[in-house]
Design a binder for this molecule. Structure first.
Ligand code: NCD
Length: 317
């Protein structure tokens, strides 16, 4: 794997072979989490979060700390000099004087690319508006790699806010590169997947897909169900959000219609689209998914900093 010095702005920045190599590295880390505790010693990560986040930021910070590196950063725009009028470009350029790798989340689509143009060090996009969230996609695919045992054709159902959900957009872009995947897009008509994904990606790649409204009717066929929350912060008006927010609620009764080997994923945070009672179902893997997210981020940080060989070398001592 040669990802040293590269950045991850959008899912297409990694090809399938590189992703598979990251999964192999994440497997190695996961099986021996203490074994990589010194790999990033002396390295510093900056986490610049201009938009709220719990999972992504803490998962990156945990990943870097578990690799023996250190972390600086901020978790809200108000505590950075952007509040004084500094441009994004100047902020990231300054930060790159201090850190070895930057993770950034920003509410504006395209901001990760703008920041990347200013940087001489690797940048990881932790989410830019409704656009991309490539490390969530790595998390999702890594969870599938670890948890889905079925071979051959897989039917993936994606349910909820398919219009604004960036995790969905990123996931569909990558999963459509895999052979033998069929996709069921489940949403209210107002929250349908943008055409640039259905027409220009799924259709163009010849991926079988359908757009439906009912979760109940389609759940029995699925191998994977990827639930998402309605993205309140991206709505232009609150009344629309209130009308659509409870479009889908996955509960025990609906789960009873799912396959025995069904895998239920969710990028989290959930609001009320999955009832708490579902957490006890062994097919509900969203918290495990969050843990896989930390391991795959450890692998990514190591690869972008060119440290994966160091770990191999340390292993051999
Ligand atoms: C997602 C995000 O920020 O897009 N969260 C995450 O990173 N795990 C999903 C969401 O906010 O709904």
């Amino acid at each position: 794997m040669d990802l040293k010095g590269r950045s991850l702005i959008e899912p297409a920045d990694l090809n399938l072979k590189e992703m598979e190599e990251l999964f192999v590295l994440a497997d190695r880390i996961r099986k021996n989490p203490q074994g990589s505790g010194e790999v990033a010693k002396g390295y510093l990560m900056a986490t610049l979060f201009f938009e709220p986040s719990t999972r992504t930021r803490l998962s990156f910070e945990a990943a870097m700390l578990r690799l023996g590196g250190q972390v600086i950063g901020f978790s809200e725009q108000g505590s950075s000099s952007v509040a004084k009028g500094e441009t994004l470009g100047d902020t990231v350029r300054t930060v790159s004087c201090y850190a070895d790798i930057v993770v950034m989340r920003h509410p504006k689509e395209g901001s990760a690319k703008v920041a990347w143009q200013e940087l001489q060090i690797p940048l990881i996009n932790g989410g830019d508006g409704g656009h991309h969230h490539p490390t969530q996609t790595l998390t999702d695919l890594y969870t599938i790699h670890c948890e889905v045992k079925k071979k051959g054709r897989l039917i993936l159902g994606v349910c909820g806010d398919l219009k604004f959900g960036r995790t969905v957009h990123s996931l569909l872009k990558v999963i459509s590169l895999y052979p033998q995947v069929e996709i069921v897009l489940i949403s209210p008509p107002e929250l349908k997947t943008p055409e640039y994904i259905t027409k220009h990606i799924l259709e163009a790649r010849g991926v079988p897909y359908r757009e439906v409204e009912s979760l109940e009717e389609n759940l029995p066929q699925l191998d994977i169900l990827y639930m998402t929350r309605v993205q309140r912060e991206r709505f232009f008006n609150e009344a629309d959000y209130l009308r659509l927010k409870d479009s889908y609620i996955l509960n025990r009764e609906k789960m009873s219609k799912g396959k025995k080997e069904l895998v239920v994923l969710h990028p989290l945070p959930r609001v009320n689209e999955i009832a708490k009672e579902v957490d006890l179902d062994p097919r509900a893997l969203y918290f495990k998914q969050a843990k896989y997210g930390m391991y795959i981020r450890m692998a990514l940080i190591m690869a972008l900093l060119g440290l994966e060989r160091k770990e191999e070398h340390d292993d051999c001592r």
